[in-house]
Design a protein around this ligand. Structure first.
Ligand code: NAD
Ligand code: IPM
Ligand code: MN
Length: 355
């Protein structure tokens, strides 16, 4: 039987609560293939014990896996710029997972927070550049502690990096019925990086005459997500812009606890893809067992899809949709009173009864 080896990095905070539930749902959905899970205890507790977020050879340990399923990283006991850079960003950058795919859709039975908008009006696929841009981590702090102190934070946009993410976005747009691509720019102020972005958008666009392209300044695009979400299909944006817009996307889905994501390097098998919910470790609700596991379950379904197990991925999403449509089991972020585990139980019950 085909076996997929999954590295499990539950991480910190609610990551440790949602990942075990997503794993139970995965086990219930797996038919005709096997999943093996190997847990890694890397994260902030590991850091407090060892002084590192992950071992020095951490990437080598992860490389043989078919996929990585990650919960969330970050805890108030460790500065975020250490914990996130040394684990999450190290994996994204180290494995050159240059695509971060983030679907923004409303599940049945949920009421999006926008007045006068129907759930089907919110149906976007964000393609986030995930390997460079504002997240390159180059720069420095100078004259520390003096009145003349300053910091430089570079943003690196390479032609190769911009072209490959735009090409990927055009390919995704071409596959969808509406064949629309919106790009987030800010070339009115960022006169080097975003001007290059716009030029490459035009060039690559020539290869996709069937895709209609709109290039919006990112500020206007943020407003458009609220005022005309139905006009947006595939959206491509730089690392930072898409980071911000997809939390807004999560809110449009009804809760950040619903937004799923996949970090991919299409076209290479040299490194495993990584799947993670968009949300963080949510220290404000950790330890109470009430985190919404939908984002983690949806993320796990994306993982199955990318492992070629589309049947099981569809079964998972159908079970998830059946539970939200019925509306009986909801975590508090969606106005309910159920726990993380109770929600996962409901999805598992659907999966089992569907057999
Ligand atoms: P966050 O996403 O953790 O939380 C923002 C708000 O959304 C909180 O009120 C939280 O309770 C709520 N929320 C998030 N996920 C939820 C869920 N599944 N169910 C119910 N409510 C949910 O963002 P933050 O507070 O800015 O960050 C907390 C920590 O997480 C920080 O250390 C941050 O750097 C880190 N972080 C990590 C990741 C990641 O590892 N992928 C992503 C984002 C933030
Ligand atoms: C996300 C997160 C991360 C990001 C942080 C935690 C570094 O917010 O995945 O959206 O900004 O990429
Ligand atoms: Mn984010």
């Amino acid at each position: 039987m085909k076996t997929h080896r999954i590295a499990l990095l539950a991480g910190d905070g609610i990551g440790k609560e949602v990942i075990p539930q997503a794993t139970r749902v995965l086990e219930a959905a797996a038919q005709g293939f096997q999943l093996t899970f190997e847990p890694f205890d890397w994260g902030c507790e590991y850091y407090l014990r060892t002084g590192r977020m992950m071992p020095e050879d951490g990437l080598d340990q992860l490389r043989p896996f078919d996929a990585i399923l990650l919960g969330a990283i970050g805890h108030p006991t460790v500065p975020d710029h250490i914990s996130l850079r040394e684990l999450l960003l190290r994996i994204r950058f180290g494995f050159d997972l240059y695509v971060n795919l983030r679907p923004i859709e409303v599940l049945p039975g949920l009421e999006p927070p926008l007045r006068n908008k129907k759930p089907e009006d919110i149906h976007m696929l964000f393609i986030r550049e995930n390997s460079e841009g504002e997240y390159c981590g180059l720069g420095g702090r100078f004259k520390r502690g003096t009145a003349d102190e300053f910091a430089i934070q570079h943003a690196v946009f390479t032609r190769k990096g911009v072209e490959r993410i735009l090409r990927y976005a055009f390919e995704q747009a071409r596959r969808r019925p509406r064949k629309r691509l919106a790009s987030a720019t800010k070339s009115n102020a960022l006169n080097y990086s975003m001007v290059l972005w716009d030029e490459v958008l035009k060039e690559v666009g020539r290869d996709y005459p069937d895709v209609s392209v709109s290039n919006y300044h990112v500020d206007a695009l943020a407003a458009r997500m609220i005022t005309h979400p139905e006009s947006l299909d595939v959206v491509v944006a730089s690392n930072l812009f898409a980071d911000i817009l997809t939390d807004l996307g999560g809110a449009l889905q009804s809760s950040l606890g619903l937004a799923a994501s996949a970090n991919l390097n299409p076209g290479t098998r040299l490194a495993p893809p990584m799947f993670e919910p968009v949300h963080g470790s949510a220290p404000d609700i950790e330890g109470r067992g009430i985190a919404n596991p939908i984002a983690a379950i949806w993320t796990a379904a994306l993982m199955l899809e990318h492992l070629g197990e589309t049947g099981a991925a569809n079964r998972m999403m159908n079970a998830l949709r059946a539970v939200t449509r019925e509306g009986k089991v909801r975590t508090p972020d969606l106005g309910g009173q159920n726990t993380t585990r109770e929600f996962a139980d409901a999805v598992i019950a659907r999966l089992v009864n569907a057999d």
